[in-house]
Design a protein around this ligand. Structure first.
Ligand SMILES: C[S@@+](CC[C@H](N)C(=O)[O-])C[C@H]1O[C@@H](n2cnc3c(N)ncnc32)[C@H](O)[C@@H]1O
Length: 311
């Protein structure tokens, strides 16, 4: 097995790329990251006259992600070293490749296997956003692109039963199978779901909402991002209304949430469109006197709350 001691990461990266051209897994031996913990990557750790470059498990896991691999459980090889093993992800195993229209995100799709609330990089900033808009004080909440309702499920989990029951939840999605499942999950009276095109909210005549949430949806093909976004703010928010917008900065492949937005015509993650759309929303909301924060990693969360709150 190949052993790395003081080689720079650039050498290891080049070696791994080369290995993965011919192999679906690769293993190598390195300094056990538990030894020298607290060091930064690149610091030198000398053991028994051998100089090692320290790297944490997080660094090795990041490298696996960059190589589109999953990292398997490391094995202890010697008193000071471990074996790191990467296994190539099946990149064809992804809902991104589906051509199905409304049912691309249906209950029979690969998307249905994804539970975002179980991914820390999604859960933590989404929770923060819900808390920062004081979700428990909102009386009417609208979710566009609700799918099977995961985003409402977290609201139900974090609020007391009493708080939750006083909120009216409305979810919209054009995917019939997903909405059917959402209706099964939320058979409470305060939750209503529509199979409907969100480009045509006017015909539902839903009134205004104290909170609008839309995650991974506004940039979908078939949605005119800017006009819809402006309409949401102008026609569907109450004067004190808040917004939580989630912009994907990841791809879901082979069971993993891989960091970085995929853009057409680029073989690697490219974020111009993400930054452009996020910045557009931020500027627009600031002009309308919202306080806007941007948080998150695999998903960028834009949270907008009114600066002048009228009780
Ligand atoms: C990437 S999924 C995100 C679902 C959910 N918000 C989440 O983050 O897990 C996008 C959702 O938007 C829905 N969608 C896309 N375009 C739509 C449209 N024009 N009208 C209604 N729903 C739409 C899809 O069916 C899908 O459920």
């Amino acid at each position: 097995m190949t052993t790395f001691t003081s080689e720079p990461l650039s050498d290891i990266l080049a070696w791994a790329h080369e290995m993965l051209k011919e192999n679906t897994t690769l293993s190598f031996e390195v300094l056990n990251p538990d030894i020298g913990r607290g060091s930064y990557a690149g610091e030198s750790v000398t053991i028994d006259k051998t100089a090692y470059i320290y790297r944490s498990y997080k660094a090795w896991s990041d490298l696996g992600e960059i190589l589109f691999c999953r990292m398997l459980t490391p094995k202890i090889i010697s008193k000071h070293t471990v074996q790191i093993t990467y296994e190539k992800l099946d990149l064809s195993d992804s809902f991104h490749h589906s051509d199905a229209k409304e049912e691309k995100y249906g209950t029979q799709s690969r998307f249905a296997a994804i539970h975002k609330n179980e991914e820390p990089a999604f859960l933590s900033p989404y929770l923060r956003a819900l808390r920062s808009v004081k979700v428990g004080t909102k009386k009417r909440i609208l979710n566009l692109g609700i799918n099977t309702g995961d985003e409402f499920d977290l609201i139900r989990q974090i609020l007391s039963e009493e708080e939750y029951r006083t909120i009216e939840l409305v979810g919209i999605d054009h995917c019939a199978s997903a909405i059917e499942q959402a209706r099964d999950r939320f058979n409470e009276e305060n939750a209503t779901f529509y199979v409907h095109d969100i480009n045509d909210l006017a015909s539902l005549d839903l009134g205004r909402f104290d909170l609008i949430i839309t995650i991974g949806t506004l940039q979908s093909p078939g949605i005119e991002f800017k006009p819809l976004f402006m309409k949401l703010v102008q026609e569907h928010l109450t004067p004190n209304g808040a917004l939580i917008l989630g912009f994907p900065n990841c791809r879901w492949m082979g069971g993993e949430m891989i960091y970085g937005a995929k853009a057409p015509n680029y073989p690697y993650s490219e974020m111009t469109l993400l930054y452009k759309d996020v910045y557009y929303c931020k500027k627009y909301l600031q002009q309308k006197k919202f306080r806007v924060t941007l948080t998150g990693k695999g998903y960028v969360f834009l949270t907008g709350t009114r600066i002048h709150f009228f009780p």
